[in-house]
Structures are given as C-alpha cells and as structure tokens.
Write a protein that binds this ligand. Structure first.
Ligand code: NAD
Ligand code: TYD
Length: 340
C-alpha cells in the first residue's frame, strides 16, 4: 500500500506518519509538506532513514507537483496539510483560503486523474460552529463555521463531498476534536501554557476562560484515521472525539498543578473575536461502525504530554529561537538539490 500524506511535518501529520510506519511497516509513505512555520522536520527524525518514508518539500496548491506525486501509483491520499491556527486566520484569512480550500481542490483533481483508491480529508469539529450548554456534534449537524479557519476547512470538506457526488471519487472525511500530545507547535493552548508555565511567565487566558473544548490525545486520533482508511464506508463522514470536555481554565489549572506552579500566573486577556463557546463530539458512529476506542483518558494523556515537553525542551526551545528552520537545509539541502 502506498500513501501520500500531506502536511506530514506538522503536529498531527508527523504523529500519523510515525504511527503508520510502526503499525504497517510494509506500507510506503510519501510525505509532502511545504514546511511553513508549522512544519518541522525534526518531528520525523525517527524515520529519517526508513526506506519506506520519503519526504518531499512541495506545496499542495502546486498542481503539477501534486499530479506528479499522486501519479507515482499512490493508493490513498490523506490530507492533513492546512493552515491550522484560528488566531492566525483572524489576522490573515487569505492564506487559509489558499491552502485549505484551493489546496484541497488541487489534490482532489490529481486524485481523480490517477484513480486513487481513497481520498481521506482530515477535517475538524470546528466546521460545525459552536454549541450551547447541551448537545453534541454528530455527522449530520449542519456546518456553521465561525472563524476564517473553520470556514476554510468547511470549504475544503464541501469540495471533497462534491468530488464524490459528481465524479464518484472514493472519499472519507474525518472531523476530530482538539488534539494534544507530542510535537504540537507551542502556539496552541496546551503546549503554549506548558512552555510559559515552565518559564514562570503569565498565562494568557482568553475572556472568562470558560470556553469548552473536547480534548483527544493525538495517537488516538491516528488510530481512528487508520481505521477510516481501511474500513471507512465510501462517501461517509466520521466524527472523532474522546468525550473529554474541559474548560480552558481547567486545562491551565491542571498544567499548573502538575508543574507545581501557582494560579497567580493566570492572566485573563481580551477575548478572541468570534470565539466559539463550546465543542463536543459524538463519536458513536466511529466507535460502533469501525470499532474505534481511544486508549487515553484525559488524565493519562495530559500527564504523558507534560512529561514529553519536559523531556524534549530542546525541541520547543529550537522553535522559540527559530533554530528548527535550519534543520531542513542541514538535513535535506544537498539531497534535494534545486527542489530546495
Ligand atoms: P499543523 O499546523 O501543526 O500542521 C500543518 C502542516 O501542514 C505543517 O507541517 C505545514 O507545513 C503544512 N502545510 C501548510 N500549508 C501547506 C501547503 N500549502 N502545502 C503543503 N503543506 C502545507 O496542524 P495540525 O494541528 O497538525 O493539523 C493537521 C490537520 O488536522 C489540519 O488539517 C487541521 O485542520 C486538522 N485538525 C487539527 C486539530 C488540532 O487540534 N490540531 C483537530 C482536528 C483537525
Ligand atoms: P487553540 O489551541 O488555539 O485551539 P482552537 O481555537 O482551535 O480550539 O485554543 C484552544 C482554546 O484555548 C480556545 O478556546 C482558545 C483558548 N486559548 C487561550 O485562552 N489562550 C491562548 O493563548 C490560546 C492560544 C488559546
């Protein structure tokens, strides 16, 4: 089996590549990533010399490059590549539309041309918008995105659906809740708060801190995607989540307790515009149809994650200083020649 994984140098994509090469050592993975600020080849050090893993630096909006790659007898495309940070999407919506909508369409065209076996779109629960105090997102909840990020992801999802309905392209769409775990870029809530706590810096909590997210340990997201690839029914959407709703303040306080730091570090700052109040996923379909079950409770997952950030301080300080950007040139510059 040959997989083209896009965005495989980012947080979830790199965890997925490592997971798949462990679960299916015989699979071949072509990992294509544009290495934006969020792409970090240091995440892939463990598989650098694995002959079944090939890294290619390219942009998913580059039609010629995508066609060439998918034309290399690729069976399955798994599209993680995206601009992924809501706060950045408020400052700069255009790049979100370009990568998340146009990039998806470019991949779909190439996938269609080469008759691949399945296109798996990695989407997010944020396309459903926000919940009140009760209820959960199901696969039939209407899309009602509120940020430029979630709107661009919804746009990508709708194109994937349309290529299935119009051209018969075999597809699945997964919509997962907030992920956390190793290799998450320290601009997102959990790694940001861990790194700031360790530096005894103020912890910027947006608004009243009572917004709720439904947290899933990244490896459990990867195991669900593995099942969707192999068992997902053609054309179906699968919601992924572990029933771990927490307020942002609960998350920050958990980190403070585990690191033995005082709550006085918490600072409430101006709220994010259009800030979704609550996300909560109903994963029943994925659990019953595909037999998926998360392995980590929030308590075990957050403990593992904090341990990982303590043990891998180098990884995130190199991001903070920008040193991680040199790694590509050092590691791949010569090998890739003029592609760089
Ligand atoms: P990330 O920002 O850590 O990684 C994104 C990766 O995509 C980076 O390596 C980046 O270099 C690459 N990329 C960006 N633009 C590209 C382009 N034009 N061409 C090729 N590569 C490009 O994001 P993440 O948190 O790992 O999220 C991965 C996917 O999962 C996204 O599609 C996101 O919408 C979805 N998702 C994320 C979460 C979460 O909590 N992080 C939850 C549900 C779904
Ligand atoms: P984030 O990790 O950006 O994920 P998303 O917005 O996609 O859910 O944020 C998670 C929650 O944490 C969200 O409600 C916004 C909040 N937040 C803060 O309160 N302070 C911060 O510095 C950040 C980055 C997020």
């Amino acid at each position: 089996m040959k997989l083209l994984v896009t965005g495989g140098a980012g947080f979830i994509g790199s965890n997925f590549v490592l997971y798949m090469l462990k679960q299916h050592p015989e699979y071949q993975i072509i990992n294509v990533d544009a290495l934006t600020y969020a792409g970090n080849l240091e995440n892939l050090k463990l598989v650098e010399n694995n002959k079944n893993h090939t890294f290619v630096k390219a942009d998913i909006t580059d039609a010629k490059a995508m066609e060439e790659l998918i034309g290399q007898e690729v069976d399955i495309v798994v599209n993680f590549a995206a601009e992924s940070h809501v706060d950045r999407s408020i400052l700069e919506p255009d790049i979100f539309v370009k990568t998340n909508v146009l990039g998806t369409q470019v991949l779909l065209d190439a996938a269609r041309k080469h008759n691949i076996k399945k296109f798996v779109q990695i989407s997010t629960d944020e396309v459903y918008g926000t919940l009140g105090e009760t209820g959960l997102f199901s696969e039939t909840t209407p899309l009602a995105p509120n940020s430029p990020y979630s709107a661009s992801k919804a746009g990508g999802d709708l194109l994937v659906r349309a290529y299935h309905e119009t051209f018969g392209l075999p597809i699945n769409i997964t919509r997962c809740s907030n992920n956390y775990g190793p290799f998450q870029f320290p601009e997102k809530l959990i790694p940001l708060m861990i790194s700031k706590t360790l530096a005894d810096e103020q912890l910027p909590v947006y608004g009243d801190g009572l917004n709720i997210r439904d947290w899933l340990y990244v490896e459990d997201h990867c195991s669900a995607i593995d099942l969707v690839i192999h068992e997902g029914r053609n054309g179906e959407v699968y919601n992924i989540g572990g029933n771990n709703e927490r307020t942002n303040l609960q998350i920050v306080k958990t980190i403070l307790v585990q690191l033995g730091k005082p709550e006085s570090l918490i600072t409430h700052v101006k709220d994010r515009p259009g800030h979704d109040r609550r996300y909560g996923i109903d994963p029943t379909k994925t659990m019953t149809e595909l037999g998926w079950k998360p392995k980590h409770s929030f308590e075990t997952g957050i403990e593992k994650t904090i341990r990982w950030y303590l043990d891998n301080k180098d990884w995130w300080t190199r991001i903070q200083t920008g040193a991680y950007l040199d790694y590509f040139v050092k590691q791949y510059g010569e090998r890739l020649g003029d592609q760089e």
